[in-house]
Ligand binder design. Structure first.
Ligand code: SF4
Length: 369
């Protein structure tokens, strides 16, 4: 049974996630949970923190997602990097130390085809040992050239597990299909991806309900996709083009409570923290259960080197229009604004001050390097 089938059948058996649900109660003992989460993280991951960077290939998109800066109807500056430009960005990140990159793209088959993505992966794999993708969901067969090219990870956030909220927020484009998205990790696993990443975008629906569904999804994947390592992300809504405001609160305290609950319920699952969060909060969470962090991130194509400006254009109602004179020196529009603007080296130095060892690639852990 796929996850969409079991999700449709109703909530998971209470016993399966009872401890997790108790940890999410408003009056749960947060200090005790934090202590347990920290202990479990050290036991399973040592004092390491994997670092990665997102590399945006394109901000073209055919979907309308009300909360996203790249949404089709937003009149923003867009571009798609050539494979050469992707290599330029990747080499810049590799020079900063990264060996673990996440290739990100909006959904637009004309600009971001499977062949293009496979070429991008194949081009950077010789100097980037760990490449993951956060791109439009595909059929299993369509994923095969990507795993063959060397991509090992596939990240797909459900955004919201609330069907009604999902339908209201995704008003046009293939992304409207809730179940298709929900089963994406399983199709990716069948195609050979051995790192799967899931998450919800917090702020779209009540957080405790989202958290329960996210945990049920994680439990399902751990059981059915057991050869893969699983990561969970907790992105919070950030300001973006379109000016969508969060509809449901998800405070710092809520964030900590959920992070600790996930660590306790899923001790071996990687927990990912992005630069959406501000530096002091990231520093505080680093010792609580997070095992993987992005650093020095840009959320626009060409953000690291300025690549792709030669094909920059504005879109209005989905149609490309020429740049105004005042936009000639502009760069592509970002997906959302980052809150932690420290460089990768600064983040790594801070992690060391906090008693953690930044890890730029996985096998360093195995070799004890
Ligand atoms: S969230 Fe993804 S699919 Fe939706 S508009 Fe943004 S880039 Fe496109």
């Amino acid at each position: 049974m796929t996850f969409s089938e079991s999700f449709r059948a109703g909530p998971p058996p209470a016993a399966a996630l009872r401890r997790f649900a108790a940890l999410l109660e408003p009056d749960a003992d947060l200090e005790a949970a934090a202590r347990e989460a920290q202990l479990l993280t050290r036991r399973h991951f040592g004092k390491t923190m994997r670092l990665f960077a997102p590399l945006y290939l394109s901000n073209e998109c055919i979907n309308i997602c009300k909360y996203c800066g790249f949404s089709r109807d937003n009149p923003i500056l867009r571009t798609t990097l050539t494979v050469d430009q992707v290599e330029t960005e990747a080499r810049h990140l590799a020079a900063e130390g990264f060996r673990n990159l996440l290739l990100v793209a909006g959904e637009h088959p004309k600009f971001v085809s499977e062949g293009y993505m496979a070429e991008c992966v194949a081009r950077i794999r010789p100097f980037v040992p760990s490449v993951s993708l956060e791109v439009a969901p595909m059929e299993t067969e369509a994923y095969l050239p990507l795993t063959a090219a060397g991509a090992e990870g596939l990240v797909v956030y459900q955004e919201s597990y609330d069907r009604e909220a999902y339908a209201e927020l995704h008003t046009a484009g293939p992304k409207r299909d809730f179940d298709w998205r929900l089963d994406t990790p399983e199709r990716a696993y069948a195609a050979g991806f051995r790192r799967l990443g899931i998450g919800a975008l917090f702020g779209l629906a009540p957080w405790r309900t989202e958290a329960m569904a996210l945990a049920a999804h994680a439990a399902h994947l751990l059981k059915h996709c057991w050869k893969a390592s699983l990561t969970i992300s907790l992105p919070r809504l950030k300001p973006a083009a379109g000016d969508f405001a969060p509809r449901h609160p998800f405070t710092d305290r809520d964030f900590v409570q959920l992070l600790c609950a996930l660590r306790i319920a899923f001790p071996q699952v990687g927990l990912v923290l992005s630069t959406r969060e501000r530096p002091a909060f990231r520093d505080a969470l680093a010792n609580l259960g997070v095992t993987m962090m992005s650093a020095g991130s840009h959320t626009e194509p060409g953000g690291y080197t300025g690549a792709g400006r030669d094909t920059l254009h504005r879109t209005e109602k989905g149609r490309a229009v020429s740049l105004a004179e005042s936009e000639k020196e502009a760069t592509a529009t970002e997906q959302f604004s980052v809150s932690d603007e420290r460089s990768p080296a600064q983040v790594a130095a801070r992690l060391r001050e906090l008693g953690l060892e930044p890890v730029w690639k996985d096998w360093e852990v195995c070799l004890g390097a």
